[in-house]
Write a protein that binds this ligand. Structure first.
Ligand code: AMP
Length: 422
């Protein structure tokens, strides 16, 4: 299947090819024709599946021939839960719309509202926004939403998790009833279905398999370790394995800050990204990380949501997430676009419940590997809740043993749970 076979016009496929993509991803193949027909859509797809292009490309085509928007009016509205995701979706829109005359703008909180008000005065074809700032702008009569032709709710599940339901309801009351609505969500929970019922009109449902069952390029493994020695172990892994571009997940903002300081003591350049940082600090941290100025970015789940860093080689769960689905989102940061990635979790005995929940969700017992000199005093109980299944069936599991002579790296570590990965 090629992009032009999906019904997309030449100026759009040209922009896609310029990005280096010649084959639509499964979500793109399924969603694009539906959106082009003008139907409402409910799509289950996670970050990393190519979901952004799945709505941006047909949206551009549907807007291409219409009249310019009047002052303060918006023709297509994309709502995202986080600033990072808004910025990223906007960057995609700029890339894909390069051969069109459509205008676009991104607005989110944490930055000066003045320039956003000014830019909205002339009206905009495509507006990407986070809910709070959008309502704020509407309250100041800087934007009018009664002409919106297409609404996209991106990562709707995360919007609900973050407590945006009231903002979404309010937004809904400001939008015209007749419009095309697209809802993207990692999962279709009962809550999401409820929201979809009130917001979508006879939607077509499309689903692509979650990343954990399709992406076999992510090698997952856990290192059992005592809680007090996690930071030391992380520094050891980064230094001895010569890792660069490591994304580390911390459950708390405080924990993220503390870890950055501890890593600095081992001469590891690290930065933190979380909700207590200003927008400027977050943007800078991400830019430094992408540019290789720092080797490690420590992030909380919400801040990391939607961040797209091409071919990120290492993801480390410094703490396991409380919500098992977040594990899948976290490891979705690596192993993209055909690149192999490694997702490692440092797990202490007190996190057994979280581990068990994750293993149940992904229907896999994660391979365990103790690192010499870091064997835990508090043993992590064996997990046997999940059916025994090879990780990433059909391909080799993590190949620690097949690195002869690499004593420093992995050869010295000890594997447990022999049946798990064999
Ligand atoms: P997304 O799920 O939208 O965050 O996209 C994940 C990554 O896949 C981004 O880096 C996209 O630029 C990239 N991507 C999107 N569509 C394709 C495609 N058809 N082929 C290859 N990569 C793509």
């Amino acid at each position: 299947m090629k992009f032009n076979e999906l019904g997309l016009a030449e100026p759009i496929t040209r922009a896609v090819h310029k990005k280096g993509y010649d084959k639509p991803s499964p979500i793109q193949e399924k969603a694009i024709p539906i959106v082009l027909k003008g139907q409402d859509l409910m799509a289950s797809a996670q970050t990393g599946t190519g979901k952004t292009a799945a709505f941006v490309l047909p949206l551009l085509q549907r807007l291409a021939d219409g009249p310019r928007p009047a002052g303060k009016k918006v023709r297509a509205l994309v709502v995202t839960p986080t600033r990072e995701l808004a910025a990223q979706v906007h960057a995609n829109i700029m890339d894909y719309s390069i051969n069109t005359r459509l205008s676009n703008l991104v607005v989110f909180g944490g930055v000066n509202i003045g320039p956003q008000i000014r830019k909205l005065q002339r009206g905009v074809d495509i507006l990407v926004a986070t809910p709070g700032r959008l309502l704020d702008l509407h309250g100041q009569n800087a934007v009018q939403l009664d002409n919106v032709e297409i609404l996209v709710l991106d990562e709707a599940d995360r919007m609900l998790d973050m407590g945006f339901i009231h903002d979404i309801r309010k937004l809904q009351s400001l939008l015209p009833t007749r419009k095309q609505s697209l809802l993207f969500s990692a999962t279709f929970s009962g809550e999401i279905r409820q929201l979809a019922k009130t917001m979508l009109h006879q939607p077509v449902e499309v689903e692509v398999a979650p990343r954990n069952s399709t992406v076999e390029s992510v090698q997952q493994c856990i290192h059992p370790v005592d809680k007090a020695r996690k930071a030391e172990l992380l520094a050891h892994l980064i230094n001895s394995r010569n890792w660069h571009q490591v994304l580390v997940f911390s459950r708390t903002k405080h924990g993220a800050n503390k870890l950055v300081k501890t890593l600095a003591k081992s001469n590891i350049r690290a930065t933190a990204i979380h909700g207590n940082k200003s927008q400027a600090q977050r943007t800078r941290a991400l830019a430094d990380f992408k540019a290789g100025k720092v080797d490690v970015m420590v992030a909380t789940d919400i801040a990391a949501r939607g961040i797209d860093i091409v071919e990120l080689p290492h993801v480390v769960n410094f703490d396991l997430p409380n919500v098992p689905e977040d594990y899948v989102h976290r490891i979705g940061r690596t192993g993209r676009a055909g690149a192999t990635g490694e997702a490692i979790s440092l797990v202490s005995a007190d996190e057994f419940k979280q581990l068990r929940d994750i293993e149940r969700l992904i229907k896999t017992n994660l391979q365990r590997e103790e690192i010499e000199d870091f064997e835990p005093d508090h043993q992590l109980p064996e997990s046997n809740q999940a059916p025994r299944q090879r990780q990433g069936a059909g391909r080799k599991p993590t190949n620690f043993k097949q690195q002869p002579g690499n004593g420093n790296r992995r050869g010295r570590s000890r594997r447990r749970g022999k049946a798990r990965a064999a």
